[in-house]
Design a binder for this molecule. Structure first.
Ligand SMILES: [Zn+2]
Length: 529
């Protein structure tokens, strides 16, 4: 184990010193003509004064950003504009500061466009929508919301996902009206979908089995007739292959459907057979229903906003592969060309398992395929998340943080367990020590002495205060990284890899990461037209 980690450390060291420099003439190179440069940004990036908004916009201008895609409805349901429709949902602290209004004014003054980015179906457990309408939430076969799920092995899942299908419900009573309110009252250039899908991270196919969906999934596929409901039609066995008799007009819903409870109905929808004796294919209709619901929402949003202002665009952050996404999260985005003006696929490294070098190849390949999937009919901006590029650089710090957490949970009596965790902390630190010494020698001394202090006698005398201080120092370090620690070359190479597929633009996630990782200068050089 130790040997393996040593080798990883060695690779990191070699990687740090001999990293390929593909763009030695970055200063002189120009972005391809017409390539659009966009940036996802959060309210925290722009601050809460007219002056701080202006400074952020000026930074974007220096980085040749053409479009700021600004989060105005966050993952807790908080709004960053002066909503008259649901003022109770305005994010705390923003009651008297209309962030969107300031941003649009400042950005337009220097020729930058603004897309208003909304988190669609994920809401906060304490958000106004769920608080006022718990009946709009998605339910699993047990009748529980997504709050009943687990993130990892033990952390409770903190978000509520709202049902996209239910009418009247969250989609038509809350969300689409918010899009319309923005377009009616602000001069945004576009609105922007995010989380325009079902949940995918912890229970990609457990939802939604709310009362509305349990009724409408079979109805969507017309698995039985509403006229003459009492008549049942059996499969006629004319063809030897059982499923070849599908067109003989069987009634696919069981006769006792109305007497079944939610769990039984969900089980049938997920595991049933359209033809008795045939393959367990019923869930095909469940996937199709979800795809249909998301598509319907996208269409209705576009129809709503274009009715108010036909010049306003609609863009969307989507997963890298629309075919796989259709199955897992109902996001068949290659079929949205009629309603989406610009696609911004999140082709982030976090969605690829391999090395950084393999990511570069897969980024090019995936972007080419994305353009092919939409038949080149709409502009597509390749989405790169700067933070995920630095998996190797962040990993030792994440490991130390996680091991500290685990160490603190072990009983004092478990000397062996504690010694193991402490060794893991030291080993993780060893993999980044040289890099720290190179870019932040004073941090290296600080971390070194803290780790020495806690690891005396295999950690048997480490105090909670010492461990907390170490954990706090790691958080502080991650929030304000020394320049160069996150190799600028990785961001450059990713931009180059995306460019090979000739997308119409490149969008970077996110403003805050560029600041933390000291990477704005890369865009200043790479995005120069
Ligand atoms: Zn539902």
């Amino acid at each position: 184990m130790t040997k393996r980690i040593f080798i990883v450390g060695l690779i990191l060291l070699v990687f740090a010193t001999t990293f390929p420099t593909a763009s030695t003439n970055a200063q002189n190179r120009k972005a391809p003509r017409g390539e659009v440069h966009a940036l996802w940004a959060h309210p925290t990036d722009v601050g809460m004064t007219a002056q701080s908004v202006r400074e952020f916009v000026a930074q974007c201008k220096r980085a040749h950003i053409d479009v700021i895609v600004m989060d105005v409805k966050d993952s807790n349901g908080g709004l960053y504009w002066k909503s008259k429709q649901v003022p109770q949902a305005i994010a705390r602290g923003y009651e008297n500061f209309d962030m969107l209004e300031h941003l649009v004014r400042e950005a337009h003054a220097v020729g930058i466009k603004v897309d208003a980015w909304l988190v669609d179906f994920m809401e906060g457990a304490n958000g106004a929508a769920f608080r006022e309408h718990p009946e709009w939430a998605q339910l699993n076969p047990d009748g529980e919301t997504t709050l009943s799920e687990k993130l990892g092995k033990k952390n409770p899942y903190p978000y509520v996902w709202m049902c996209p299908a239910r009418r009247p419900g969250y989609t038509d009573q809350w969300l689409i009206p918010l899009y319309e309110e923005i377009v009616r009252n602000y001069k945004v250039d576009s609105v922007h979908h995010d989380y325009v899908r079902y949940m995918g991270d912890v229970a990609p196919e457990g939802y939604c089995f709310c009362d509305y969906c349990v009724k409408h999934i079979p109805r969507h596929a017309m698995l039985s007739y509403e006229t003459r409901p009492e008549e049942r039609y059996r499969v006629k066995h004319g063809q030897p292959r059982i499923e070849a008799n599908w067109w003989s007009d069987p009634t696919m819903l069981p006769a006792d459907w109305d007497k079944r409870d939610r769990r039984e109905k969900a089980d049938y929808i997920l595991n049933g057979r359209t033809i008795p004796g045939g393959p367990p294919d019923m869930r095909y209709f469940f996937y199709d229903y979800r795809v249909h619901q998301i598509e319907k929402f996208v269409r209705e949003t576009t129809e709503g906003v274009k009715r108010i202002n036909p010049k306003v665009g609609v863009s969307a952050a989507v997963f890298k592969n629309p075919i796989i996404s259709a199955r897992f999260i109902g996001q068949h985005w290659d079929q949205w060309n009629d309603w989406i003006d610009v696609y911004m696929p999140m082709t982030y490294r976090s969605h690829f398992a391999g090395s950084f070098e393999s990511y570069l190849d897969h980024l090019t390949e995936s972007t080419e395929r994305q353009i092919e999937w939409i038949r080149g009919k709409r502009p597509l901006y390749a989405g790169i998340a700067s933070n995920y590029l630095y998996r190797e650089e962040y990993q030792p710090f994440d490991d130390i943080r996680d091991r500290i957490g685990e160490f603190k949970e072990l009983p004092i009596a478990d000397a062996k367990g504690r010694a193991e965790k402490m060794r893991a902390i030291k080993t993780a630190y060893e993999t980044t020590r040289q890099r720290l010494a190179q870019f932040a020698p004073e941090r290296e001394r600080e971390f070194g002495s803290l780790i020495n202090a806690v690891s005396v006698n295999d950690g048997s005398s480490a105090t909670a205060a010492q461990l907390d201080e170490l954990a706090k120092k790691i958080v502080a370090f991650r929030n304000d990284l020394p320049k160069g620690f996150m190799t600028p070359e990785k961001l450059r190479l990713s931009i180059e890899a995306a460019r090979k597929a000739k997308p119409q633009g490149i969008i970077i996630f996110a403003g805050g990461s560029l600041t933390r990782e000291k990477l704005w200068h890369v865009l200043e050089e790479e995005f120069k037209n």
